[in-house]
Write a protein that binds this ligand. Structure first.
Ligand code: SME
Length: 170
């Protein structure tokens, strides 16, 4: 059993991500099931940074469907192109939103959420799923978060590829 270590008081945000990355790699190394690894990744990010909400939405047809997450109850389905998640999935690029009220079409799963970052997992010009993180403060996320969260997303894409089965028979 792994424990995630970090010392937020003495570390910059970049140092916290640098410390987390190899721990996450070790955490998912011997587990083959994507649900387990996505769930622990969400937990590790929430544990280290105390984010309000951390989770995944998985592309299923013309929708994004809620996957493993840590935080309050959330919207279960997001139409393609809708909200920050849908926009990131459609445009295949990371969205950093300093103030969600200024983002047209933002989907408020919680009124407490004030800023947000969404990183899409892309393979062959297709969005497979997105990593979504919400904060109760304005301006929480910047290029440092984007840089390291994109590495975490790549780690999971490399491990689990382009197909995330949900059925026991597949
Ligand atoms: N705010 C997101 C919806 C998901 S929740 O934040 C968990 C959006 O606008 O896509």
């Amino acid at each position: 059993m792994h424990e995630i270590h970090g010392n937020p008081m003495a570390m910059t945000k970049a140092e916290q991500y640098e410390s987390l990355l190899p721990q996450l790699a070790a955490l998912i190394e011997h587990e083959t099931d994507w649900i387990a690894n996505f769930a622990n990744t969400a937990a590790a990010l929430r544990q280290v940074f105390d984010f309000f909400w951390v989770g995944f939405y998985v592309a299923r047809g013309q929708e994004l469907v809620l996957g493993p997450f840590q935080g309050t109850v959330a919207c279960t389905r997001i139409a393609w192109g809708k909200g920050v998640c849908g926009a990131a999935a459609q445009h295949l690029t990371t969205f950093v939103v300093p103030d969600v009220e200024q983002f047209e079409g933002h989907i408020a799963c919680s009124s407490l959420s004030k800023s947000e970052i969404v990183v899409p997992a892309v393979a062959d010009r297709q969005c497979l799923w997105v990593l979504d993180i919400d904060s109760t403060e304005l301006n929480t996320f910047d290029n440092t978060d984007a840089h390291y969260l994109e590495q975490i997303v790549t780690l999971l894409v490399d491990k689990h590829g382009t197909y995330l089965p949900t059925s026991l028979s597949t």
